[in-house]
Design a binder for this molecule. Structure first.
Ligand code: URA
Length: 458
């Protein structure tokens, strides 16, 4: 029987969407107020149902589809209060409150921010994930390692499994059959037909690719034995990925070493405590550049935005998504470039629950140049791509009219090559559709030209 003493719901795992839904449904119908419920995660178990027994009240209720879709994304956030937060929103919605229409509602704003952070991290995982190809035993196993900021492995593994399957259809002779993606939280395994989810590996065990392959050799069989079959998150609601047009073939596994420059790893550590200017006092964290050592192309933006500030990585929010699309159309794999910002902290003014971007000023750009120089000296790129006026000013030390100077290589004061183009967020602000399409095409053409120059300089 259901007891009325403080119901405690124990979900099977961090992304136990079915469990959260079942518990929410039962408790809303039974009239359990949010403040009397506690939510937690149980020990890993093969049983996906949350701990019961649930109250048995009959009946039904409806909440807007958009709220269900929001919950399906926000539940993947690495935020311990999310189960409670989402229950509260459902509780209020079923009582007839138009929660989705209350723009400044703190609970709705928080859920939206969590969902946005999840989408950004899911996208980032897909654009950064690369694999080691283990050729024996056949068929080839593509082994990936990633440390996600949120619990995006399961939904992303579903998308990747579809891509692997599509690639196989497009090129049947290709023996792309299996992948395993390991993360510290969990692992996903595609055997060519089914997706399985198993335990993860501690990040300390995987300092580099060699260790990853060795860990897989030693623990792969155990991890596979503990894996459960299934998909925890409904695909349509969990992540939205634009359908790929037929002229853009499915992206397959990319195998390349991802050795980060060790001096830059140390510099990023130092920069995390940077207080050379006051911007670090308000920002969540320093967002340092990222990319493989020795990348031929180094891209510089302005400063991290709201999403980058939360996740701690450059270009993962809306501007990053446009940039990723343009890079792909220009034939540049984002996993091969180094990408950073002129200023390493998010500058903003709070407005209600929102944080409004503010353009950094000359002294902030000048002070942060210290870190940009560290990155450029270490990376020694063949070409530095300056995206927008702040990046151009940071490197050239003078105001730059982008329209006049974009699209061609020129010598930088240190003797290396530079190249100016627009900032991707400029494309988000172009008001009419035709001009936006024209500007986007010009941006892609610039990126193609930058790639050509970088290859030529080699
Ligand atoms: N805009 C930038 O200039 N950099 C980012 O990282 C994100 C948005």
């Amino acid at each position: 029987m259901f007891s009325h003493a403080m119901p405690r719901i124990v979900l099977a795992r961090e992304t136990d969407w079915d469990g959260w839904r079942a518990a929410t449904r039962a408790h809303v119908l039974a009239g359990t107020p949010p403040e009397t419920l506690t939510w937690s995660i149980g020990a890993t178990t093969a049983d996906p149902r949350p701990e019961g027994p649930f109250p048995q009240a009959g009946g039904s209720f409806g909440v807007p589809r958009a709220l269900v879709a929001l919950a399906a994304q926000a539940i993947q956030a690495r935020a311990p209060d999310r189960f409670d937060l989402l229950y509260r929103l459902v509780w209020r919605a079923q009582a007839g409150e138009p929660v989705l229409e209350q723009r400044d509602d703190p609970e709705l704003s928080r859920a939206r921010r969590l969902a946005l952070a999840v989408r950004a991290e899911a996208h980032r995982m897909r654009t950064h994930l690369r694999f080691l190809a283990l050729l024996h035993p056949t068929p080839t196993l593509y082994l990936g390692w990633y440390v996600p900021a949120h619990f995006v492995l399961e939904a992303n593994a579903q998308l990747l499994a579809r891509r692997f399957a599509a690639q196989r259809l497009a090129a049947p002779s290709l023996a792309v059959a299996r992948f395993a993606i390991l993360t510290p939280d969990a692992s996903a395994h595609w055997d060519g037909t089914n997706l399985h989810f198993g335990p993860g590996l501690a990040a300390t065990l995987v300092p580099n690719d060699v260790a990853l392959a060795a860990q897989w050799r030693d623990y792969g069989p155990d991890i596979l034995a503990a894996a459960r079959i299934g998909t925890a998150i409904p695909q349509a609601e969990a992540l939205d990925e634009d359908p790929r047009p037929p002229d853009r073939p499915p992206i397959g596994p990319v195998v390349l070493p991802f050795q980060r420059d060790s001096a830059l790893i140390a510099a990023a550590e130092d920069a995390s405590a940077c207080r050379r200017c006051p911007l670090g006092d308000k920002a969540t964290q320093t967002v340092f550049g990222e990319g493989p050592a020795g990348a031929a192309l180094l891209f510089i933006g302005e400063q991290p935005g709201d999403q980058e500030d939360i996740i701690g990585r450059p270009f993962v929010g809306p501007a990053g998504q446009i940039l990723d699309r343009a890079l792909e159309e220009a034939g540049i794999d984002r996993r091969t470039i180094y990408i950073t910002n002129a200023v390493k902290h998010f500058k903003f003014t709070p407005r209600g629950t929102r944080r409004i971007h503010q353009t950094p000023e000359a002294p902030e750009i000048q002070i942060c140049r210290f870190w940009l120089d560290v990155e450029r000296v270490q990376q020694r790129p063949r070409l530095t791509v300056l995206m927008g006026a702040t990046a151009a000013r940071a490197i050239l030390g003078r105001p730059v009219t982008i329209g006049r100077e974009r699209g061609r290589a020129f010598r930088l004061p240190d003797g290396t090559q530079g190249f100016i183009t627009v900032h991707p967020s400029f494309l988000l602000r172009v008001p009419d559709e035709d001009s936006r399409a024209r500007e986007y095409a010009a941006f892609v053409a610039d990126l193609r030209e930058a790639s050509r120059i970088a290859t030529e300089v080699a």
